[in-house]
Design a protein around this ligand. Structure first.
Ligand code: AMP
Ligand code: MN
Ligand code: MN
Ligand code: MN
Length: 286
């Protein structure tokens, strides 16, 4: 019957674990993905592959079709940009060097963020945020969580709105490598570079096109046309952008933690516009 021929494929190429700013351990994340029926999956922590490496040989990893992943931070003009890397050799020297550079950058940035917060009247942030981060790759969410804990703000949202978000004192990007450097690092390690959430940088149409041109010129090959919860207007815009630049579409929940209005893990491929997606391109590199 027709019903028997319906195959549901669920994928997710953008997720976070406790190795960066996600709430679940890498193995909890995998078992949740497995329970959600995911068959193609990547853990794309900020500037670390530690979470991926710790679970890559597990039973759940095979069940969800886990491939290598990372979300690298970089700067382009005056903007902080995120580039997702997929299907690379995690032990390639170019990738390991990139992650070492970014780990040092995050430490230096954390200290700069703390000194800026101190000038804004909030002392002790470096110790507080690094203690909360522990072995995780430190980021602004750890500062936000500490600021809530310390009573400096009432919520994580308030911490970003007042101190950590774009244009605020804690928005430090001087330590990031360039867009070209991170894209090259991914490509040299045998992976595919994906421009993450292109509409989150709040660039004008003209600047966004310039970013896409530079991304492609550096060897970038794919673009997220779906990132987490997204409006239909944004989906349409991203589809047009993708079509006008012949980049390969990628999709991901950008899952960090479960919350009421947050994205669910896994994307049903049947709900996506027809096309040739990242998983087909990945077959050639894996
Ligand atoms: P970082 O990687 O240290 O630059 O921090 C960026 C991360 O902070 C993003 O990946 C999100 O997980 C989180 N984030 C950014 N903006 C907000 C916000 N307004 N509220 C909560 N979390 C945010
Ligand atoms: Mn994050
Ligand atoms: Mn991101
Ligand atoms: Mn992300």
């Amino acid at each position: 019957s027709w019903a028997a021929s319906v195959v549901i494929v669920i994928v997710d190429y953008h997720t976070h674990s406790l190795a960066s700013d996600g709430a679940l351990s890498p193995s909890e994340l995998l078992s949740r993905a497995r329970a959600s029926g995911v068959s193609k999956f990547a853990i794309t922590d900020h500037d670390t592959t530690a979470g991926y490496l710790s679970v890559k040989d597990s039973d759940d990893a095979r069940a969800v079709g886990l491939i290598s992943g990372v979300e690298l931070s970089c700067k382009w003009a005056t903007a902080s940009i995120h580039v997702v890397g997929l299907g690379f050799d995690a032990l390639a020297p170019e990738m390991q060097a990139m992650i070492e550079t970014l780990t040092a950058a995050r430490r230096a940035r954390a200290s700069k963020i703390a000194s800026r917060l101190e000038k804004a009247g909030i002392a002790g942030a470096f110790e507080g945020a690094t203690a909360l981060a522990g072995d995780s790759q430190i980021g602004r969410p750890h500062f936000a969580a500490w600021m809530v804990e310390a009573g400096a703000v009432g919520s994580v949202t308030e911490a970003f709105d007042k101190y950590l978000g774009a244009g605020k004192p804690g928005d430090v990007k001087m330590f990031w490598p360039s867009l070209a450097e991170v894209v090259s690092g991914i490509t040299a390690s045998g992976g595919i570079a994906v421009l993450a959430h292109p509409l989150k940088y709040r660039l004008t149409g003209m600047k966004l096109r310039a970013l896409l041109n530079d991304f492609k010129a550096s060897g970038g090959r794919a673009i997220e046309i779906l990132n987490g919860r997204q409006t239909d207007v944004d989906s349409k815009r991203l589809l047009q952008l993708m079509e006008s630049t012949d980049l390969i579409p990628s999709v991901g929940s950008d899952f960090h933690r479960e919350f009421e209005y947050g994205p669910r893990l896994g994307i049903d491929v049947g709900r996506l516009p027809k096309g040739r997606y990242i998983w087909e391109a990945l077959e050639a590199v894996l």
